[in-house]
Design a protein around this ligand. Structure first.
Ligand code: ADP
Ligand code: ASP
Ligand code: MG
Length: 483
């Protein structure tokens, strides 16, 4: 069986929902489909919830009405009268529950993560109703299933962690029988179920992760991620217009790419596929005949396949006066970061072994000075003498590809490219995975750095493949190439 996941842009409006239905119908059964909320709806739901919490009832009501009309517009295009009426009735119920949740938030004057999850799930739930009804009206037996009955998670609302064993059991009860009966199951991405039965979410962009979780729970033969680009590209096409499709990448490479900012895959997406060796394919809803990118255990080896940047990071430095204090200082700092659930994206040690550098994602934890204060307090508690530094607005640029870290010349080439375009390097990190090379740089230079590194390491496509004459910028890029 296959799992097909469609992201927000793929189901953004009536025409797109129809296009998605056609793509689904062209695939063999049994098949489960994972859907995101229509593009923009998750943000609108969150804005409405936040407004309700701070006396912004009018704004909340306006946003709720807009979301409702987006859903009703898609429902209006369902061809079959009965299906359309049933979908509208189901949406009415869903929106009534959403309105009630908003009223609760307004009364409490506070938005808990638990209430936010309940509210934000409305987007995926509505889309599952709409797509299943669209499929049925086209003659394809389909049923929607909500993941807050299936994807078992812990209770970390907003960023819940799944329990794969329990999810497998629930999927065999709640999803498998529909597949066996010949139905296409339309499943909500992004959401899960806490041990107390409340709705959780897997973090923004988490529907990709839902797809592989469901795929692993059902022993899928393949998971397909259908999106608005024709595969994993050699860079974010919004930053590098000449980025090209990478036909094959390994699980390791895909994980590093997602970890270091390639938004096309949620960072945790690949993990469930790895243990069962399930191939993951990234495909375009708008160019469905293109082969896309295939992610498997082994993939063609290439020095650098893609360049990414992760922005809005903090760079923490810990300096100790004596070599032997470094382990104790690191233990205190790691403990504090872990306690605050601040993710360490990269860590490196100075050759003098008296400085540790941590690049951290402290989104939601306040400014540099606040994070620094926490680290200073942790070091004081541990009675370690150390100095803490913190730099804001840092980006991590990563060159990803099997063997990249093993090739000794790659790091020097990487640094020389950055030097040539005048981007200062704050720290480097040659990873043991042999799959990624990362450098921390000032955030303001990230876009420039990605372009320069891409130009230097990714071979341009032959002019014939692009069916146009090489542009001056390509020739310039070629003349700057290294290696
Ligand atoms: P969806 O709504 O389908 O989940 P996303 O917006 O989350 O889609 O992810 C797709 C987007 O990821 C693309 O439109 C592209 O702008 C961005 N992106 C960033 N880096 C890459 C990359 N290396 N390859 C492909 N897309 C990328
Ligand atoms: N709708 C959710 C979000 O916008 C999940 C997803 O799109 O993957 O974050
Ligand atoms: Mg996404």
């Amino acid at each position: 069986m296959i799992v097909m996941k469609f992201g927000g842009t793929s189901v953004g409006d009536t025409a797109r929902v129809r296009q998605v239905a056609a793509i689904i119908e062209a695939q063999p059964t049994p098949r489960a489909v994972v859907v995101s909320a229509a593009t923009g709806v998750t943000n609108m739901l969150l804005d409405a919830a936040r407004a309700a919490a701070v006396d912004g009832d009018e704004l909340a009501a306006k946003l709720a009405a807009e979301i409702r009309s987006r859903h009703l517009e898609i429902a209006a295009a369902i061809g079959d009268d009965q299906e359309r009426a049933a979908a509208v009735a189901a949406l009415d119920q869903l929106h009534a529950a959403f309105d009630e949740a908003l009223a609760n938030v307004a009364r409490a004057g506070d938005l808990s993560a638990r209430n936010a999850d309940r509210i934000v799930a409305t987007g995926e739930k509505a889309m599952s109703i709409l797509l299943a009804a669209t499929l049925r009206s086209l003659g394809t037996p389909a049923v929607h299933v909500w993941a807050d009955r299936v994807i078992a998670t812990d209770n970390r609302h907003g960023n819940a962690r799944p329990d794969r064993v329990q999810t497998r059991e629930l999927a065999s009860q709640e999803v498998r029988p529909h597949l066996n009966a010949g139905y296409t199951v339309v499943f909500t991405g992004f959401i899960g179920r806490a041990p107390d039965g409340s709705t959780t979410t897997l973090g923004r962009g988490g529907s990709d992760y839902s797809a592989t979780l469901l795929g692993a729970a059902l022993d899928a033969d393949e998971v397909q991620i259908w999106t608005d680009v024709p595969g994993v590209l050699s860079a974010d096409p919004r930053q590098v217009p000449d980025a090209r499709v990478v036909p094959g990448i390994s699980y390791d490479e895909a994980q590093e790419l997602a970890h270091f900012g390639a938004k096309v895959l949620h960072p945790r997406t690949i993990r469930p596929a790895v243990s069962l060796g399930i191939p993951v394919r990234i495909l375009s809803t708008f160019l469905p005949d293109k082969p896309g990118t295939l992610v498997t255990r082994d993939a063609p080896e290439d020095s650098v396949k893609a360049v990414t940047a992760l922005n809005n990071l903090l760079l923490l430095t810990i300096d100790v006066p004596e070599l032997e204090d470094l382990a104790a200082a690191s233990a205190a700092v790691f403990g504090a970061l872990h306690g605050d659930r601040i993710e360490v994206v990269a860590a490196s040690q100075a050759s003098s072994r008296r400085r540790m550098t941590y690049v951290v994602d402290a989104t939601g934890h306040g400014s540099c000075s606040r994070v620094k204060q926490r680290m200073v307090a942790a070091l004081e508690d541990a009675e370690v003498d150390a100095e803490v530094g913190c730099e804001e607005d840092v980006a991590l640029v990563a060159a990803v590809g099997a063997g990249v870290a093993a090739a000794p010349q790659t790091l020097s080439q990487f640094l020389s490219v950055l030097g040539r375009v005048g981007v200062p390097v704050l720290s480097t990190n040659q990873q043991h995975s042999n799959v990624a090379l990362t450098v921390a740089i000032p955030g303001r230079d990230a876009a420039r750095a990605v372009l320069a590194v891409h130009d230097a390491f990714i071979r341009p496509q032959p002019a014939s493949a692009r069916s146009r004459r090489p542009r001056r910028s390509d020739m310039l890029a070629e003349s700057l190439r290294v290696g």
